[in-house]
Design a protein around this ligand. Structure first.
Ligand code: IDP
Length: 147
């Protein structure tokens, strides 16, 4: 079992896609174990996107991600890191396949609705950047054996 950090970006919140996005991960069979609507600080954004520091789109990315509320989530499940990335779709909006969140709802790469961790290491770092330990809940569901 793994944990991952998923975040509906400001464009997804503005467009009213929080429910649709949560629904997809719930219906897949993953478990929501933490969530909050929050406006992230510039410092948090720079930590979150540290690997892009120095790139030409970095400033715009940080300005965008801090421009309004995001819906930050922690999800739990088997292979949730890889499977949630598949459900999100490719970064480049021209390559995001129909059926994926970006493929179904996003037009531009810089307004691509959702972030998902790409490895166990990033997931841990990103969860710690956005959540306190007491904001994450583990609980069992009997349905789990059917998933
Ligand atoms: P990911 O969100 O699919 O994991 P990353 O490479 O981590 O993709 O990039 C983080 C975010 O930075 C992307 O979701 C996108 O919003 C933005 N981004 C990445 N590459 C570009 C680009 O070439 N132009 C504009 N924005 C970009």
């Amino acid at each position: 079992m793994e944990k991952t950090f998923l975040m509906v970006k400001p464009d997804g919140v503005q467009r009213g896609l929080v429910g649709e996005i949560v629904k997809r991960f719930e219906q897949k069979g993953f478990q929501l174990i933490g969530s909050k609507l929050t406006v992230i600080s510039r410092e948090q954004a720079e930590i979150h996107y540290a690997e892009h520091k120095g790139k030409d789109f970095f400033e715009r990315l940080v300005n965008f991600i801090t421009s309004g509320p995001v819906f930050a989530m922690v999800w739990h499940g088997d292979q949730v890191i890889t499977l949630s990335r598949t459900m999100i779709g490719k970064t480049n909006s021209l390559e995001a396949a129909p059926g994926t969140i970006r493929g179904d709802y996003a037009v531009h790469t810089n307004l691509n609705l959702i972030h998902g961790s790409d490895s166990p290491e990033s997931a841990e770092r990103e969860i710690n950047n956005f959540f306190q330990p007491n904001e994450i809940f583990t609980y069992s569901k009997n349905i789990q054996e059917w998933i």
